[in-house]
Design a binder for this molecule. Structure first.
Ligand code: USQ
Length: 367
C-alpha cells in the first residue's frame, strides 16, 4: 500500500513515515503532488502503481474555512471538484480498474428536519405521472465545502455510468478523538488536533476548551443535531469499504459512516459535567437551522462488521490528556469563530472579541 499526498509538513511527514517503519516494519512510500494540479504526474503514478484501490482524501476539509471569504470559497470548489474530476480522468487514462473510495460527508443532505431516516444514498420516489424510480437522495448543502461533496457525488455517478468506474462514497459524520490503535504506538504518529474555529470540529473543540477552563462555545441554542464518529472507526470504515468494493458496472456504493447522532447542547452538557466548565451560548456564525432532528441509517457498515465506538467519557479523557500535554501550543485568540456564513451572521457576531478569551493562569503559551 502506498500513501500519496500533500499538505503534510515535510519534516513531520518524514518522521511519521520513519516511526511507522520502526513500529510496524512496513514502509509507506510518499510522493508529494497536487491532485488538483499535477495531472500528468497523477496519471503516471497510477500507471506505475497499478493500484487495486485509491482512497481519495485530497480535499479542503473544513466547512468554516470554505465560508471565510470569496478566496476560500473559490479555492474549495477548484481544489475539491477539480481534484475529484482529475482522479476519475486519471484512472481512465491509466487504464486501471482501481476502486475509488472517497471521503464524502453527511452534510450533503443539509441539516433540516427531514421527517424520517436518512437512507444510504438512494431513495424510492414516485415522479409526476406515477412513475416509480430509485434516485440519489436530494442534495441540500449548508456550506461551500458541503456543496463540493454534492458536486463530487454527481461526478461519481457520471463516471460510473459512462466509464464503468468502481466508486464508494463514504458519507462521514463529524469526527472526534485523536488517536487510533496505530497512532498510539509512537508519539511521532500522533494525528493533528484542530481546536480553532476554522478547522476544529465541535466535540474536539469543546474537549479542548474544557481542559483549558474556557467556557464552551455553543453556537446559537446548541439545538443542532449532527452525526458523529470516532477517528478509530473512520479508519476501520475505510478498511471495510476497500475490502467490499462494488462490482464492475454496479452503481456508486454509498455508505453512511456514522456511529450515532447527538445534539450539540447535549454534548456541551456532557463536557461541562466532566470538566466543570460552563457552556457559553454565543451568536451563531453559521446560516443553519437553530434546531433540527437527525436520524441516519448505518446498516450497511454494521452488516459489514462495524461495531461503532459511541461517545464515552473514558475516550474523552484520552483527548483531554492530549490537550493537557500540548496546551502550551494553544492560541486563545483562535478559539472564537472567525468565519461567518454571510453578512447578517457576521453582524450578529460583531460583539465576539477574540482577545476576550483567557486561559488558566497555569498555562504558559509558547511564543
Ligand atoms: N458548533 C458549535 N460550537 C463550536 C463549533 C461548532 O456549536 O465551537 C456547532 C455548529 O454550529 C454545527 C455543529 O456544531 O451546528 C457541527 O459543527 P462542526 O464544525 O463540528 O462540523 P461541520 O461544520 O458540520 O463539518 C465538519 C467538518 C467536515 C465534515 C463534517 C461532517 O468540517 O469536514 O465533513 O464535519 S458532517 O457535518 O456530518 O457533514
Amino acid at each position: 500500500m502506498a500513501f500519496y499526498g500533500l499538505g503534510i509538513h515535510e519534516p513531520r511527514r518524514q518522521s511519521r513515515v520513519q516511526a511507522w517503519k520502526e513500529v510496524s516494519g512496513k514502509e509507506i512510500p510518499f510522493i508529494n503532488l497536487d491532485v488538483a494540479k499535477d495531472y500528468d504526474l497523477l496519471v503516471q503514478l497510477i500507471k506505475d502503481e497499478q493500484p487495486d484501490s485509491i482512497v481519495h482524501f485530497a480535499e479542503q476539509r473544513a466547512a468554516p474555512y470554505s465560508q471565510k471569504d470569496s478566496k476560500t470559497k473559490r479555492y474549495t470548489v477548484d481544489n475539491n471538484v477539480g481534484g475529484s474530476n482529475n482522479l476519475c480522468c486519471a484512472v481512465i487514462d491509466a487504464d486501471v480498474d482501481a476502486h475509488i473510495v472517497h471521503l464524502g460527508t453527511m452534510g450533503v443532505y443539509g441539516y433540516g428536519t427531514s421527517g424520517g431516516e436518512i437512507p444510504e444514498g438512494y431513495i424510492d420516489v414516485v415522479l409526476p405521472g406515477g412513475r416509480e424510480s430509485n434516485i440519489l437522495h436530494p442534495a441540500y448543502p449548508g456550506s461551500v465545502y458541503h456543496a463540493t461533496k454534492c458536486l463530487d457525488a454527481i461526478l461519481w455517478q457520471f463516471y460510473q455510468k459512462n466509464d464503468n468506474l468502481r466508486v464508494t462514497d463514504l458519507h462521514q459524520g463529524i469526527v472526534w478523538g485523536t488517536n487510533t490503535p496505530q497512532t498510539v504506538l509512537d508519539e511521532r504518529l500522533i494525528n493533528r488536533f484542530d481546536y480553532d474555529g476554522d478547522y476544529g470540529t465541535v466535540l474536539n473543540r469543546f474537549l479542548m476548551q474544557g481542559a483549558m477552563d474556557v467556557p464552551l462555545t455553543v453556537y446559537g441554542t446548541g439545538g443542532q443535531t449532527r452525526a458523529f464518529i470516532h477517528v478509530t472507526d473512520t479508519a476501520r470504515c475505510i478498511e471495510l469499504a476497500i475490502n467490499n468494493p462494488p462490482a464492475k458496472g454496479e452503481r456508486v456504493e454509498i455508505l453512511n459512516q456514522v456511529a450515532e447522532t447527538r445534539r450539540v447542547r447535549d454534548i456541551a452538557e456532557m463536557v461541562a459535567e466532566m470538566t466543570g466548565v460552563e457552556a457559553n451560548f454565543i451568536p451563531n456564525p453559521r446560516q443553519e437551522a437553530a434546531e433540527n432532528e437527525l436520524d441516519v441509517a448505518n446498516r450497511k457498515f454494521r452488516s459489514l462488521g462495524l461495531d461503532p465506538i459511541t461517545l464515552d467519557k473514558g475516550l474523552f479523557e484520552e483527548v483531554t490528556e492530549i490537550v493537557q500535554k500540548y496546551k502550551s501550543r494553544c492560541d486563545p485568540k483562535k478559539i472564537l469563530p472567525a468565519s461567518f456564513w454571510n453578512k447578517k451572521r457576521a453582524e450578529e457576531c460583531a460583539s465576539l472579541d477574540p482577545n476576550s478569551i483567557k486561559l488558566k493562569e497555569d498555562v504558559k503559551v509558547e511564543k
